[in-house]
Ligand binder design. Structure first.
Ligand SMILES: [Zn+2]
Length: 306
């Protein structure tokens, strides 16, 4: 209990204020110093007061690969769709709000969510600006991962279909959008970059890369259900977690998978280990976050600058 509390407070503090490691050690030392049964209640109370204010909530970014946040009326919060897919509804600043995942391919200009009833269609509009993502050149030693053999294609196409199904999964229910970072490490590849592998253009980068040693535990950023896993050609060992209402995490290049298909995972649970499987230059965690079927920048689920 004690270690759990200290760890939780420490993680939350790190996210919110971006402490350097020496500060973290100092804070932990202070917590240990003041720890005695008499102060237990006080510390618990302080933590309970502190934790809700430390919550991070998604940020709006009205660009391709971003999120639109649209305030809704309490009596009119359900049933909205974006491009025929139901949108996630949660509380932002205490108000029911639609979180709309904007695809990287979305054109700049006016877009809308809509609700179709028998008698009428109501729309809520928002403006999307263009965003120029930079280009990244990457050298992959295993050339087969860039130009697969003809004999690899059957496997690749089967896996593509499974990934598509996982990304587009929708289940009802409450969603905890106050995310944890799945791994503490250096974010190396930014979302949305156009990528050139061994001189050949490929799909843009659809997630966040976090460099960490092989074997580093990967934590579930929020609660959910494991809906897909396995050893895939490009992604290596991967896990898909359905957080609910069309919010889907993909973790790739793992050295180890520590969950089972269909397993319900809690926030902070170890689901696997960082590795270098699939199309990679070295060990790191690739984390993609899908919303209403579109990959969006996972960094938008954390305070700016984290
Ligand atoms: Zn990546």
């Amino acid at each position: 209990m004690r270690d759990q509390l200290v760890t939780r407070g420490h993680q939350q503090a790190g996210e919110q204020y971006d402490l350097d490691p020496t500060q973290k050690v100092r804070i932990l030392a202070r917590v240990h110093l003041v720890w005695n049964p008499g102060l237990r209640l006080l510390l618990l109370t302080l933590l309970l007061i502190y934790l809700p204010t430390a919550n991070s909530q998604p940020r709006q970014s009205l660009v391709p690969g971003g999120i639109a946040i649209i305030k809704l009326e309490a009596g009119d919060a359900s049933g909205y769709q974006f491009r025929d897919k139901p949108v996630l509804v949660t509380r932002i600043d205490g108000k029911p709000s639609a979180l709309v995942g904007l695809p990287l391919s979305l054109a700049a200009g006016e877009h809308f969510i809509e609700k179709r009833d028998v008698s009428q269609t109501s729309r809520k509009f928002f403006q999307v600006s263009a965003k120029q993502y930079s280009t990244q050149h990457i050298e992959i030693k295993d050339k087969r991962k860039v130009n697969p053999y003809a004999s690899d294609m059957e496997r690749i196409l089967k896996e593509k279909k499974r990934k598509q199904i996982a990304r587009n999964r929708y289940t009802d229910g409450e969603v905890d959008v106050d995310f944890l970072l799945p791994v503490t490490g250096i974010q190396t590849g930014s979302f949305g970059r156009r990528r050139v592998f061994n001189g050949q253009a490929r799909n843009p980068h659809s997630g966040m890369d976090i460099a960490a040693d092989s074997g580093t535990p990967v934590l579930a950023p929020s609660a959910g259900t494991v809906i897909e896993l396995g050893d895939f050609f490009f992604s290596g060992n991967l896990i898909y977690i359905d957080h609910g209402q069309g919010l889907i995490s993909l973790f790739a290049h793992l050295s180890e998978i520590d969950v089972e298909l269909g397993e319900r995972v809690s926030k902070g649970q170890v689901i696997g280990k960082v590795g270098a499987t699939g199309r990679v230059t070295g060990p790191h965690l690739h984390w993609s976050l899908g919303l209403n079927g579109n990959w969006i920048d996972p960094a938008l689920f954390f305070a700016a600058g984290d």
